[in-house]
Each structure stands twice: as C-alpha cells, then as structure tokens.
Design a protein around this ligand. Structure first.
Ligand code: ADP
Ligand code: ADP
Length: 236
C-alpha cells in the first residue's frame, strides 16, 4: 500500500502540493484530475522521488520512501514506472530495444545495444509487446509509429521494469479518442493483472469516470474530492 502523509512541496511562495494525505491500494486505478497548476505532476514526482517534499512522507508497505538515499533511491525510482504525455521513447532505436531499456534504464544506449540483452529479456520484451498488440512492430524504428502505438510501447517498457506501481502523467492528452481508449484499457489491465496501483493524471473527467476505480480531484495543491467516479459531481 502507498501512503502519503501530509505531503507538501513549496516552490518559493507557491505551495504546489499543500498537505496531501492519501492511501492507495494495489489494484486501484486512481485518476488525478484538476486544472493546470493544481499540483498533479508535482504529486507524481514526490511519489517517485524525482523531487523531495518540503514536509510529509511517502510510505510504501510501511517503508519511508522519503528517507531513501543512493542506491536505494535509484532503485525506488525504477520501481515506480512512469508514463508521459510525449511517450519519451528513443526515436532512432527500434521498438524492442526501447522496451528492453526498461530493464537497464541506467546503461548508456547505442544502436548495437540489442546484442547485449540476454535472450530471456528479449523473449519477455516480445511478450510485453504482444500483450499490447505491438509485437509485429518490434523491429520498426520508434519514430515510424503513431502516437497511440508509441504510448503502447512506453507501457511495455514500463512493464519490463516489473514495477511496484505505475505513474502516468497525462498519458492520453495527445492521443485521439480511439487510442486513448486502448491506452487506458492497458493501464487498467496493468492494475488488475499485476495487482499494482496505477496513478494517472488526466484532464478529461469523462476518461476518469470511465476507466478509474477512484478519482482524486486537486485544486491549489489540495485534495478537494476523493471517491468513486460516480460520486463526482459537476462542481469539482
Ligand atoms: P499540474 O500538474 O496540476 O499542472 P504542477 O504540479 O505542474 O501542476 O504545478 C503546480 C504548481 O507548482 C504550479 O503553480 C507550477 O507553476 C508550480 N511548479 C511546479 N514545478 C515547479 C518548479 N520546478 N519550480 C517552481 N514552481 C513549480
Ligand atoms: P504540466 O502543466 O504538464 O504539469 P508544467 O508546464 O507545469 O507542466 O511544468 C513543466 C516543467 O516546468 C516541470 O518540470 C515543472 O517542475 C517546471 N515548472 C513549472 N512551473 C514552474 C515555475 N513556475 N518555475 C519553474 N519551473 C516550473
């Protein structure tokens, strides 16, 4: 279980996150909604420790993540797989190599990288791609894919990390509705089949309602709603 306690992140005068406490269980798909500037991205970065809180703590199964340093901290960042709005693939590398990056994110990348991966890793990368109907594109350059296809590859890469949780920052904001659906279904499956929490920043209330088990609305760094999607009223 992920437990945020009194989390606060101050940037000068601005409290980007202003006292957030949440408990999130394995298998939940939590949609974080709120206007631009509400603190959604900062919240994700506090969870994976890309940024340090001004106050408060992040705990995973009772362990205080905010105290992690050095190797333990690098390991934690890899246990929190991230999905981004702009996919963040290496455009010149082929699809399977992009997925394999999930197992060795800290090694330097080069065009001959694929040869360095054990057959077992390559087989697993193909399975992860196949689960997202992307195996046929394994040898294509990432730059030749559509946005929806690139996001599916990014999900396969995230799954390659065997993460403890999946954090997605506006993963469907630049996709058309059909691809958005495919990507949101893939995130749901990750939560259900792997039993990990999925936390996804969204600007579409409709998508949050359809795909999330729980919706958290933020305004000015605070949680202003936390509950089932069907309890969400128009005013939040
Ligand atoms: P959201 O993801 O909901 O759009 P953010 O977490 O990106 O919100 O930002 C929350 C607030 O914190 C905004 O006012 C933003 O300008 C501010 N902020 C975010 N990151 C920084 C930073 N690195 N330095 C200064 N202010 C920041
Ligand atoms: P989003 O709205 O998608 O959350 P932003 O445009 O708010 O993204 O932020 C993009 C990057 O700029 C982030 O790394 C964030 O930390 C940083 N940032 C945001 N607001 C500020 C700010 N006022 N001063 C400095 N950096 C900021």
């Amino acid at each position: 279980m992920l437990e945020l306690q009194g989390l606060r992140k101050q940037f000068g005068e601005t409290a980007a996150v202003a006292g957030v406490s949440l408990r999130i269980d394995r298998g939940e798909v939590v949609g974080i909604i709120g206007r631009s500037g509400a603190g959604k991205s900062t919240l994700l970065r506090l969870i994976n420790r890309l940024t340090d809180p001004t106050e408060g703590s992040v705990k995973w199964d009772g362990q205080d993540v905010t105290r992690f340093k050095g190797r333990e901290l690098r390991r934690w960042r890899r246990r929190c797989a991230m999905i981004f709005q702009q996919f963040n693939l290496c455009p010149r590398l082929d699809v399977i190599t992009n997925v394999l990056v999930g197992v060795v994110a800290e090694r330097p990348l080069g065009p001959s990288l694929l040869k360095m991966f054990p057959a077992a890793d390559r087989a697993r990368a193909i399975l992860e791609l196949d689960a997202l109907d992307m195996a046929p594109a394994a040898l294509q350059r990432a730059s030749t894919l559509s946005g929806g296809q690139q996001q599916r590859v990014a999900i396969a890469r995230a799954m390659m990390q065997e993460p403890d949780m999946l954090l997605a920052d506006e993963p469907v904001a630049s996709l058309d509705p059909v691809n958005a659906e495919v990507v949101m279904e893939a995130l749901q499956r990750a939560a259900q089949e792997r039993g990990i929490p999925v936390i996804v920043n969204l600007h579409s209330l409709d998508i949050a309602r359809r795909y999330c088990t729980r919706v958290v609305a933020m305004a000015k760094g605070q949680v202003v709603f936390d509950g089932a999607p069907d309890q969400l009223t128009a005013e939040v």
